[in-house]
Write a protein that binds this ligand. Structure first.
Ligand code: PFF
Length: 453
């Protein structure tokens, strides 16, 4: 469907980096990365993760940028314009479905951060035992309304940014929010590494223990790299469709991947020294930030203030990610149904919220409802993280590596020959041969052997 008027675009290099890094940096970095690292042997996992980002993440990101900028439409429309009269647009539909599913459960966890911001400001964490903190967390999750209200509020915040469009909504807020995020993270790092006994936490994070590494660790690291870099579902295809012809795709992918990885590591530097300093188990799992950290805040001088800073940081990280996921669906609705951005935003956020409510309630009133042995939340997470993202990623690299003409791809990443792209042969080799095999392995393993966790 053709669009009336000129298509919106990003206005500056910093805006592009802030938005793409904003998408990548999210709960995956600050909530998931530290606990996965904690459970998989610390430094050894970190090393494997770094290799996955460099060898797989960056090339796949360049591929998504290539599709988006040359397709110039939403994720479905981009495939359709690059491969007319072929069923490749199906990958675009998968992306829209993945965005829908991810946002429904991701916004539930994002909503929890708002509850904890209010908690730091009101009752605080002081003088509560671990038992009490963990009970408070589970009774909050079991409440029939509270988590849902926070989730809906989070969706509303996301929609308010997206409705503003690219330059005046997404870019503007990312340029403002990402520096705050980095500042808060650095502040917390300084606090954490100056705690007595923090060296043990740093050595846990950075000293590799290869006895814990097996094939599962490697697949797990690849899966995490995918999720953390926002790959496989078209968030970055959609953003790249708003890039300008002069933007350097390779350099942007490298910068965004580095920023995302640095922030995940810094989140580890915040969490592990504090965990070790207070003699707490580093392998707590998903409850690490909602139970373990509050326990630390309860013992720390000015703990409520640091708690507040931490949960604002987590909420900001989540918000800049939910914005990018909602944009996938909004761009699709508005361009393919030919409706205004405003209508598309309302339609997308309301329908996603309805599914999201079920995800939230699956921790409470719907907790006994199971499908394929999983709660609704776990099922949605499984479908998105284990099937749609790796499946989408696989099809994306096959599309760029094998369907698109090599010269066309070279022309796109070199800005029609303006840029020197010495890395191109290595990139193409990875996209054609290495990435499909590696991603197929994650895909097959995670579909057949269940959650990689
Ligand atoms: N990268 C985000 C995180 O690490 O939390 C999550 C995410 C955002 C995944 C956007 C996929 C996506 F398209």
């Amino acid at each position: 469907m053709s669009l009336p008027g000129k298509r919106d675009s990003f206005g500056s290099k910093f805006g592009i980096i802030a938005a793409a890094a904003g998408s990548a940096v999210g709960l995956g970095n600050i909530w998931k990365f530290p606990y996965i690292t904690g459970q998989n042997g610390g430094g050894a996992f970190l090393l494997i993760y770094l290799l996955c980002v460099l060898l797989l993440g960056v090339p796949v990101m360049i591929s998504e940028f290539t599709i988006g900028r040359s397709g110039k439409r939403n994720v479905f429309g981009s495939f359709k314009s690059l491969a007319p009269d072929s069923p490749w647009y199906f990958v675009g539909i998968m992306g829209v479905v993945a965005a829908f599913v991810i946002l429904s459960f991701y916004s539930a966890v994002a909503g929890w951060t708002l509850e904890y911001i209010v908690k730091s400001l009101t009752i605080g964490f002081g003088n509560q035992s671990t038992g009490e903190l963990s009970k408070a967390f589970s009774s909050f999750l079991a409440h029939p309304l509270r988590p849902v209200i926070w989730q809906l509020l989070f969706m509303l915040l996301t929609a308010l940014i997206v409705v503003g469009g690219i330059k005046n909504g997404i870019e503007r807020y990312n340029k403002f929010l990402m520096p705050i995020l980095v500042f808060f993270l650095l502040l917390l790092c300084v606090r954490s590494v100056t705690l007595p006994g923090s060296e043990k936490g740093l050595s846990f994070l950075f000293k590799p223990d290869f006895s814990r590494v097996n094939i599962k660790t490697i697949l797990f690291a690849m899966g995490q790299a995918f999720f953390s870099l926002s790959l496989g579902m078209g968030a970055l295809i959609t953003y790249a469709s708003y890039f300008r012809k002069t933007d350097n795709l390779g350099r942007t992918a490298m910068t965004v991947s580095l920023a995302d990885t640095m922030i995940a590591i810094l989140a580890g530097v915040v969490i592990f020294p504090a965990v070790f300093s207070f003699n707490i188990e580093p392998t707590a799992g998903p409850s690490l930030v909602f139970i373990t950290l509050p326990e630390i805040f309860s013992h720390l001088p000015l703990g409520n203030l640091f708690g507040l800073v931490f949960f604002i940081l987590l909420a900001v990280a989540a918000l800049t990610s939910t914005v990018s996921v909602l944009e996938v669906v909004v761009a699709y609705f508005s361009e393919e149904l030919g409706i205004s951005r405003k209508k598309a935003t309302v339609l997308a956020s309301v329908s996603i919220s309805i599914l999201g409510i079920f995800a939230s309630l699956s921790f409470g009133p719907l907790s006994s409802f199971k499908l394929f042995g999983k709660s609704i939340f776990d099922l949605l997470d499984f479908i998105a993280s284990n099937i749609l993202l790796p499946g989408g990623g696989l099809l994306i690299v096959i599309f760029v590596g094998w369907y698109l003409n090599g010269k066309f791809v070279l022309n796109e990443v070199s800005n029609s020959g303006e840029l020197k792209v010495k890395y191109f042969p290595v990139y193409l080799f990875i996209v054609r041969f290495i990435a499909p095999v590696a991603i197929a392995a994650i895909f097959i393993y995670s579909v057949f052997y269940g959650s990689l966790g």
